[in-house]
Design a protein. Structure first.
Length: 173
């Protein structure tokens, strides 16, 4: 009896997490399209933060967003035409973010100095900032990527961010 209950709970959790992952995939595409439209209407270049070809979902089902005019990631976005290799904390102080439309996908949760990054992001025009985050209420937020890759676990939970809110709110975990 307990085994059946445990199996049912595990299956329900897996189905829930998969549905959130699919929802995040759809949201990534939608928010990237918004950022791309904003770049076209303003004439500003699109800076993508987070390699579109990296991550479990992108590797298994293909990228959800493009490289933009330039792409910043630890990997340097090797499949993109203009890749910037480095940590966001180091590069953000070198970039004049007000000269870009910025799209960020599931990167902020794993940075070493989110308060510094948020300071720079919140200072820019929030209409030019588009962020997709890992939903704080999921197991993915607490386990990925550590669970699958043994890389660093997430350090922050993102609660609110543009384009839906003007500022980024978060907490350390």
């Amino acid at each position: 009896m307990y085994l059946k209950l445990i199996i049912t709970v595990v299956v329900l959790i897996i189905v829930y997490e998969l549905s959130i992952a699919i929802s995040r995939k759809v949201n990534r595409r939608r928010v990237f399209a918004m950022a791309k439209r904003r770049a076209l209407t303003t004439g500003l270049p699109l800076l993508v933060i987070g390699d579109p070809h990296n991550g479990i979902m992108s590797i298994s089902t293909g990228p959800d967003y493009g490289c933009g005019d330039s792409c910043l990631d630890l990997t340097g976005c090797p499949k993109c035409q203009v890749g910037i290799k480095g940590k966001l904390e180091d590069k953000i102080v070198e970039l004049d973010l007000n000269k870009y439309i910025v799209f960020i996908s599931c990167v902020l949760e794993y940075t070493d100095d989110l308060p510094l990054i948020v300071k720079y992001l919140n200072a820019m025009n929030h209409k030019n900032l588009f962020i997709v985050n890992v939903e704080w209420y999921t197991l993915t937020a607490y386990l990925y990527p550590y669970f699958l890759t043994r890389e660093q676990p997430p350090k922050y939970l993102i609660y609110e961010c543009p384009p839906w809110k003007k500022h980024i709110t978060y907490k350390s975990i």
